[in-house]
Design a protein around this ligand. Structure first.
Ligand SMILES: *Cc1c(COP(=O)(O)O)cnc(C)c1O
Length: 398
């Protein structure tokens, strides 16, 4: 049944499991354990875990299973494993499949904690990691070796919104039998075509657009049933990265409105990006929906929409960026993204503070760069607020 449904129907109905009470809204099974009718039934359940048979919430829970089934149906994946946060998902996907001696190739422009896992943790356990500039295919070609086990990348980089050619990188990786693992937050489940483009494993921080209302941390790993149940699940169920049933309920309700929210936010982001492009106080406005984006050809092939995040590079550097932030009255200074509320952050001094000056320069994260996550407010109100901010930032010295 679910297989015939279109995306919007899946978002509302896929994975629903009703209890004997026939509730309309999904129930929160806020229980860590499950009762067995007899000693024999307990023994049998431990021996042969079936799809609807739960034994302990770290292994699985009905509300969590509903979320996993619904997001898998939306993304077109065979299966999914829900996790306590986006980082538990990234760590779970990588650590469950890698062992000492394995080689990984990763793009360099990563979310800070992803970089920490690859650079500091995996290498401590004997995994060799090579970093490349994600948009340079020659670097991927040179780095991927016959013994490469996995490649890791963010389809759209944070915060400079470079878009990696997933199809080309997947072809190179599959040529040596490597698994393609994609952190797909910025592409969103609504606009992503990651599996069609060759990804083997797709990860979301559900904290972002899936919740979309700033309430809960969560994550999910999507892939083949074999990978999820035989590789990911044994690692996560024993190491404790499970999503809580309450969080799963929040995320399930988030999925029902995900497409409506993300499409509305993307349309507003488009209007805001177009409204600000060309302003003399901005050295660059980077948005995948603008025709002048450096990877516009890849975007057209790989994504069905532009996303909800804009990068604004102020010509006046850090003083201008801070003056703008401090003058805003509607857009809030914070570091989440994908939220119903528009949020702005100065990556150089917050999310990317840990990097060295040289690393930031290499990634194009200048002192004037701001990352704007566009929410559900009216585009005119947002533009008025952002223009007030730019007025406060003043004209750059010529
Ligand atoms: C937020 C984010 C993460 C981490 O997710 P959490 O839910 O905060 O643990 C990982 N990757 C990307 C690209 C993100 O934006």
């Amino acid at each position: 049944m679910t297989d015939d449904w279109k995306k919007r129907t899946r978002a509302v109905h896929a994975g629903t499991r009703r209890s004997q009470y026939g509730e309309v809204s999904e129930a929160i099974f806020l229980t860590q354990g499950f009762v067995y009718d007899s000693a024999e039934a307990a023994a049998a359940r431990f021996e042969n875990l079936g799809q609807d048979e739960f034994i302990y919430a770290r292994y699985g829970n009905p509300t969590v299973a509903m979320f996993e089934e619904r997001i898998a149906a939306l993304e077109g994946a065979e299966d999914a494993f829900a996790t306590a946060s986006g980082m538990a998902a990234v760590n779970g996907a990588l650590s469950s499949m890698l062992k000492a001696g394995d080689h990984v190739v990763s793009s360099r422009a990563l979310f800070g904690s992803c970089l920490y896992i690859l650079e500091e943790i995996l290498t401590r356990y004997g995994v060799e990691v090579s970093f490349v500039d994600g948009i340079d295919l020659d670097q991927w070609r040179a780095a991927i070796r016959p013994d490469t086990r996995a490649v890791f990348l963010e389809t759209i980089s944070n915060p400079t919104l470079e878009v990696i050619d997933l199809s080309a990188v997947s072809d190179l990786a599959h040529g040596v039998g490597a698994t393609v693992i994609v952190d797909n937050v910025f592409a969103t489940p609504v606009f992503s075509r990651a599996f069609e483009m060759g990804a083997d494993v797709v990860i979301y921080s559900a904290t972002k657009h899936i919740d979309g209302q700033g309430r809960a941390l969560g994550g999910v790993i999507l892939g083949t049933r074999d990978f999820i149940r035989k590789t990911v699940e044994p690692y996560l169920k024993h190491t404790g990265g499970a999503m809580s049933p309450f969080t799963a309920w929040v995320m399930l309700k988030g999925l029902e409105t995900l497409e409506l929210r993300v499409r509305a936010q993307a349309a507003t982001a488009q209007a805001v990006a177009e409204g600000l492009a060309g302003d003399a106080r901005l050295a660059r406005v980077i948005f995948p929906g603008l025709a002048d984006h450096a990877q516009s050809g890849i975007i057209a092939a790989q994504m069905t929409g532009p996303g909800t995040v804009i990068a604004l590079d102020l010509a006046g550097g850090r003083p201008a960026a801070f003056a703008m932030l401090n003058a805003l009255r509607l857009v809030t200074i914070s570091n989440n993204l994908g939220d119903a509320k528009s949020i702005i952050t100065h990556p150089a001094t917050t999310t990317h503070q840990r990097l060295s000056d040289a690393q930031r320069a290499h990634l194009g994260i200048g002192e004037g760069l701001l990352r704007l996550s566009v929410g559900l407010e009216d585009a005119d109100d947002l533009l008025a607020d952002l223009r007030r901010g730019l007025d406060a930032a003043g004209s750059p010295k010529s």
